[in-house]
Write a protein that binds this ligand. Structure first.
Ligand code: ADP
Ligand code: ADP
Length: 228
């Protein structure tokens, strides 16, 4: 479980990006953060894996403050998918996916097996794609690799920052479907940022609507639809 307790983030220029945010994200839940540009979604996400620090309040994961975790321990347990495709262009697909498993010193055969499993999960034939470079894949295929790379070492938590926004509508719809199916199988805690309500309603088990750094509504898709 991820727990925000009166979390505030003020940037050094004085901008209050997140203001006294309190919420609990349950284990295995797919939480969507939604709201207009600049409302603090990305800031909220980045505080969870300590990509940025918080100004006031506390964030805890499984009852332990994130500031008390060793930073590597924290980040290894949290997969992160960016808005932009962020594969290393000089590395093969297999090498890109293997980064965290390698850091964790997984055995070679285990890494290879995992890479095959993950590529299959998102419909990329392992033998055809593992040795290719990202440039030899379409945008949608690369983003698929970006998604499974975040899952590679079996993190408990996956953070996703508008992972599909750079894709064409058809790839986006396909990947949304894949992600929804994936979540049913892996049951990870996912925190997903978007500004697209359709996407939020399609994917979220709960939706947190933010505005100007504050949470204005938190509920299931059904609750959000009934109480707009
Ligand atoms: P969102 O993801 O909802 O678009 P952000 O979390 O990126 O919102 O930004 C929230 C607010 O904080 C915005 O006003 C943004 O301009 C500001 N902000 C974000 N990052 C920084 C930064 N590094 N320094 C100063 N202000 C920032
Ligand atoms: P998003 O698309 O999630 O709203 P942006 O593309 O606006 O994020 O911001 C990209 C990066 O720039 C983020 O890391 C954010 O923290 C930073 N950033 C956003 N607004 C500002 C700002 N006003 N000053 C400095 N950095 C900012």
């Amino acid at each position: 479980m991820i727990e925000f307790d009166h979390v505030t983030k003020k940037y050094s220029d004085g901008t209050t990006a997140v203001n006294s945010l309190t919420m609990k994200i349950k284990e295995g839940e797919f939480l969507v953060l939604i709201g207009p540009s600049g409302c603090g979604k990305t800031t909220t996400l980045k505080m969870i894996n300590r990509l940025i620090g918080l100004t006031e309040g506390t964030i805890s994961i499984n009852g332990k403050k994130i500031s008390d975790y060793n930073i590597h321990e924290l980040r290894w347990n949290i997969g992160y998918v960016l808005q932009q495709i962020a594969l290393f262009p000089h590395m093969t697909i297999e090498e890109n996916i293997s980064i965290v498993p390698e850091l964790k010193k997984w055995k070679r055969y285990k890494v290879e097996k995992r890479v095959s499993e993950l590529l299959e999960m998102v419909g990329l034939e392992p033998d055809k794609y593992r040795s290719r470079k990202p440039g030899e894949l379409s945008g949608g295929q690369q983003q698929r690799v970006g998604v499974v790379r975040a899952l590679a070492a079996d993190p408990e938590i996956i953070l996703m920052d508008e992972p599909f926004s750079a894709l064409d509508p058809i790839s986006r719809e396909k990947l949304q479907g894949d992600l929804a199916d994936l979540q049913k199988r892996i049951k990870k805690t996912i925190v997903f940022v978007t500004h697209d309500m359709q996407e939020a309603l399609k994917l979220g088990s709960r939706i947190c609507i933010m505005n100007e750094g504050e949470m204005v509504q938190l509920g299931t898709p059904e609750e959000i639809i009934q109480n707009p």
